[in-house]
Design a protein around this ligand. Structure first.
Ligand code: PMP
Length: 425
């Protein structure tokens, strides 16, 4: 099927054939869902030993009774876990409650209202400020900005990470840009791992940016590999140390997709100056995090060897689902020009770009055939994909058979929407 070379008669004929196929899919009354970036029950089961693991022993290694108040930045063994995942020093870590999104929201809020390095550093003193948002990206990052009244400017994601030529040019030209969202490993949704060069250039942005510019390095998928010998993400903090820009990067992650998604442990890594600024405000929000849960996690996953073995079990569950999506995309669209996608080897998503102007139509067709997809536009600030192309596929929750069925529907919907848009042009 080559739409560009097709005659109007051919297009009409394809449309009729695809509409027929679509009708028979509709007749099956399917009820499938590829919308959710969350672990399946089978994955959650892997961590059920958390329940009762302390068995009455509430003492952290340093003797702290974790049931009591205090310890604003977390217990030592949880800090060690976080430091191992993010490859930083334990002195650069704060361990919080169950959600890294909360930590990110708080950090943006504190930086805006109070400043991470004294009142003069508060972004609000600078009028309307902006964040750079690589797109497609994670919708909840965008909602943080929207909620706090921070404008968003977009920059395209390439297979190496954000387009750094554009990032540098925009940051140089506009001192109102005070932040940038990054999901550097198995990016949500493209699955891209930032190249070494991209990491190196991000570590140098502070040299050309607003003095209080901060990169929000959301490494949510740091250990979520699906293959042996996974790609390695260069160490951003080491790069910052080399360029004397340690204050410009704030890192985040959590165990949400390692243990129990709703009751994991989140953490951030930052320079001592940033951590101190953050904790100063945090101290008026809480007396301390849930240290009992931190200790439970440290007991379940005491070191990187245990963590790696645990993540292999996740991979064994997720990988067949990813394979199903990727095999279906390949067999349906290779060489057709009807869509493009990356082939992620980790994370939770596969991102598909349709021909311009087709994504909303595909999502609607799929929904009407019983296959729920993430709303088109969700991967862009304000829910608006200017080219109406991007669709995020999240295959972890359905069974492999369901993913396969859903992808067969997806194929027909993409083809039908593409042919119809060509006919309408
Ligand atoms: N960051 C990214 C990139 C995510 O994809 C997700 C989950 N979808 C989160 C953060 C949320 O993490 P948490 O559960 O720790 O709030």
């Amino acid at each position: 099927m080559n739409l560009d070379q097709a005659t109007p008669e051919q297009l009409q004929q394809w449309e009729a054939e695809l509409a027929n196929q679509y009708q028979s899919l509709q007749d099956q009354s399917l009820n499938l869902d590829l919308t959710r970036g969350k672990p399946s029950a089978e994955q959650l089961n892997l961590s059920d030993a958390l329940d009762g693991i302390l068995d009455g022993d509430y003492r952290a290694a340093d003797g702290t009774d974790v049931r009591n108040y205090g310890g604003l930045d977390g217990i030592q063994e949880a800090k060690q876990f976080a430091a191992d995942v993010l490859q930083v020093n334990t002195s650069e870590v704060l361990v919080g409650g169950n959600s890294s999104l909360t930590l990110m929201f708080q950090t943006v809020l504190f930086a805006h209202e109070f400043g991470l390095q004294g009142a003069d550093s508060a972004w609000k003193t600078q009028g309307k400020v902006k964040f750079l948002c690589p797109v497609p990206g994670y919708d909840r990052h965008f909602t943080v900005c929207e909620q706090l009244g921070i404008d968003m400017v977009t920059v395209p994601m390439l297979s190496t990470g954000p387009d750094m030529d554009q990032v540098e040019a925009m940051i140089k030209a506009d001192p109102q840009i005070v932040g940038m969202w990054c999901v550097p490993k198995y990016s949500n949704p493209t699955g891209v791992v930032y190249s070494d060069e991209t990491v190196e250039r991000i570590a140098q942005l502070a040299n050309i940016a607003n003095p209080y510019f901060r990169v929000f390095w959301d490494n949510a998928y740091a250990v979520h590999d699906l293959v042996e010998n996974p790609p390695e993400l260069a160490n951003i903090m080491d790069a910052c140390r080399k360029h004397n820009t340690e204050d410009s990067v704030l890192q985040f992650a959590s165990t949400s997709k390692i243990t129990h998604a709703g009751s994991g442990v989140c953490f951030m890594a930052a320079s001592p100056a940033n951590l101190a600024g953050f904790q100063q405000v945090l101290a008026s929000c809480t007396i301390g995090p849930d240290k009992v849960n931190q200790l439970r996690h440290a007991r379940l996953l005491p070191d990187m060897t245990a963590l790696r073995a645990h993540m292999k079990k996740h991979a064994a569950i997720i990988q067949p689902r990813f394979n199903s999506v990727l095999e279906n995309l390949s067999s349906a669209f290779d060489g057709t020009g009807l869509g493009t996608w990356e082939t992620p080897v980790g994370g939770y998503f596969i991102s598909f770009d349709t021909l311009p102007g087709c994504a909303q139509a595909v999502v609607k067709l799929a929904a009407d055939a019983g296959v729920k997809l993430t709303p088109a536009g969700a991967t862009f600030p304000y829910g608006k994909d200017p080219q109406d192309r991007n669709i995020r596929l999240a295959p972890t929750v359905p069974t492999v058979e369901e993913v396969d069925q859903a992808m067969k529907v997806f194929e027909v919907c993409v083809k039908l929407a593409s042919v119809r848009s060509k006919l309408a042009a």
